[in-house]
Design a protein around this ligand. Structure first.
Ligand code: DAH
Length: 374
């Protein structure tokens, strides 16, 4: 520790002379004013107010002065330091404002510029798949036929040999359309439960031979869940001509699955019952993922067909003569075959879609990956 300077000589303490202190202060103010960036200002601050700056060193000298001189020197140095720190704060505020104004200009976003990443959107995969199926048949000479979604019960049921007591007419399956006030239950109109009524309409509209493919939306009073939806799509096929047999049906089905799923695909028919076909069958196609190789082969399980080797597609059969008659076609002269299946199910196993709700919710994140297929 240095001993107090008893023999004080103001001339010796150069650093505390008023003009020296003023010079130090003015140099600091000039340096701050000259700083043209916040970094430069920071450097000037260290140089003029830091521990080794002239003003700090002068401040330290005060302790060596005799008591009567201390107060005055202290005041002088204190005022100089105060002025310096005020000047620093003022310059800092100025430079910060300049920087903020510059950033606002440099980083401005022009919200009126055209947005060039508008997603192109995509057709719904159910539409795409339905059109592919149509194309397969149009290429074979079939016509695309359509019918109304709000359908007369006669077309949806009676003409298809589904009598009044058939369970499909029960409330659990069918949406009935309300009749006029006072006769609410008498409309005889339903939301069609399948595309089969288009068979009847097509036969009534045309002279045989009739070759039609009928895609469309159908309705059943089911809850929406992972495997059911009250609105779904079916494709119906009808061929009426002289001499058509079950082998024509089988060949047509095989051609369809080959066109849609690739070479070597086949179908199989299992006996079943539908009122509008006789005989009737359930049609399966070979699993297009494992091609049957997962059957009895635990090392190669197949998720698509649950290792059964076959995937159920829908129903088919030879058109019931009663149906031909209802549509004004002579069953002695003509025979026909028909099939129908749901497109959602085909989309599910064709593209590993696990939840039917994804297909109906209209979220573009679902449809976009199917994107560019036309
Ligand atoms: N219409 C039937 C249904 O929705 C499916 C069907 C089965 C259609 C057999 C047909 C057929 O044309 O021959 O369940």
């Amino acid at each position: 520790m240095s001993a107090p300077n008893k023999s004080y000589d103001p001339v010796e303490v150069e650093a505390l002379k008023p003009e020296e202190i003023e010079r130090m202060r003015d140099e600091a103010l000039a340096a701050f004013a000259a700083a043209d960036s916040l970094d430069a200002l920071q450097e000037a601050k260290v140089a003029h107010t830091g521990g080794t700056s002239p003003l700090s060193l002068a401040n330290r000298e005060i302790g060596a002065l005799p008591p009567h001189a201390k107060a005055e020197a202290g005041k002088r140095v204190g005022m100089a330091r105060g002025a310096v720190s005020k000047a620093f704060a003022a310059r800092q505020a100025e430079l910060e404002a300049e920087r903020d104004a510059r950033v606002l200009v440099e980083e401005a976003v022009d919200v009126t510029l055209p947005y060039d990443r508008t997603p192109a959107g995509a057709r719904h995969p159910l539409t795409t798949l339905s059109e592919r199926i149509e194309d397969v048949f149009v290429a074979m000479g079939y016509e695309v036929a359509e019918g109304p979604e709000v359908e007369a019960e006669w077309f949806n049921f009676d003409a298809l040999n589904i009598g009044p007591d058939h369970p499909a007419r029960g409330m659990q399956d069918t949406f009935f359309v309300q009749g006029p006030k006072g006769r609410e239950t008498e409309s005889n109109v339903v939301l069609r439960t399948h595309t089969s009524p288009v068979q009847i309409r097509s036969m009534l509209d045309r002279e045989p031979p009739v070759y039609v493919i009928c895609p469309g939306r159908v309705y059943r009073s089911d809850e929406l869940d992972a495997t059911h939806t009250p609105v779904f799509m079916q494709v119906e096929l009808l061929a009426v001509d002289e001499g058509l047999t079950m082998s024509d049906l089988k060949g047509t089905l095989d051609h369809m699955v080959q066109a849609l799923f690739g070479e070597g695909m086949t179908t199989r028919l299992r006996p079943n019952f539908f009122p509008f076909t006789e005989p009737s069958a359930e049609m399966d196609m070979v699993c297009y993922v494992c091609r049957g190789e997962s059957v009895g082969n635990p090392d190669r399980p197949c998720r698509t067909c649950s290792s059964e080797g076959w995937i159920e597609l829908g129903g088919c059969g030879m058109v019931n003569p009663k149906v031909l008659t209802a549509a004004g076609i002579d069953p002695e002269k003509y025979s026909g075959f028909a099939f129908g299946f749901g497109i959602e199910r085909m989309l599910m196993f064709r593209h590993n879609v696990e939840d039917m709700r994804d297909m109906v919710e209209g979220d573009v994140r679902f449809t976009r990956p199917f994107g560019m297929e036309i």
